[in-house]
Ligand binder design. Sequence first.
Ligand SMILES: Nc1ncnc2c1ncn2[C@@H]1O[C@H](COP(=O)(O)OP(=O)(O)OP(=O)(O)O)[C@@H](O)[C@H]1O
Ligand SMILES: [Mg+2]
Length: 197
Amino acid sequence: MIITVASFKGGVGKSTTALHLAAYLHSDSEALLVDGDLNRSALEWASRGNLPFKVVDEKQAVKFARLYEHIVIDTPARPAPEELKTIAEGCDLLVLPTSPDALALQATLQMVDALKKLETNYKILLTLIPPYPNRSGEEARNAIASSGLPLFKTGIRRLTVFQKAALEGVPVNQVKRDSYAGVAWRCYSEVGKEILP
Ligand SMILES: Nc1ncnc2c1ncn2[C@@H]1O[C@H](COP(=O)(O)OP(=O)(O)OP(=O)(O)O)[C@@H](O)[C@H]1O
Ligand SMILES: [Mg+2]
């Protein structure tokens, strides 16, 4: 299965999502994470620590792809229309992470609009959901659901343990001495189950 993670807006959790979906899928069968963003977030994450799966850039991907059952591709924000076409048509599932703020939601709707002309299987993922009593996560969920767009049932909570994981170069379930590591991992493993039960 090839899963690509994309968004028009930057900083909405693409790389974090790609990395954790790869970690989830890797527990099923060997996964390859392709870092298709020149900012090289995923490759840097890998270089800081110890990831259980392989991370390569898009050029190496050609060589490695056939060896892996699951491939997750991280992409740069703001892809050009031609680039989006290649991204969308080259995967089995396009995951669109969006934080629950108005700007990110607007960018997601623009992406959905651009995808209409293409044959794509996509699903929106709410990320960076702030804690109660902030209700923006719920409001965003209702807005997306009422427009009938495909949305993951599980959302990703905003938890600082994700930043710790990036610094330590591990997936969040390998962060030690943080009581939120388990909660944070469950967010992505539940999303993973929606993709591959
Ligand atoms: N669920 C979360 N909770 C808290 N922080 C998060 C979460 N997801 C991502 N972050 C942090 O938010 C920042 C942006 O995340 P990330 O790099 O995954 O986004 P991105 O969409 O790949 O960004 P870019 O467009 O720059 O590539 C990072 O510092 C990351 O550690
Ligand atoms: Mg990124």
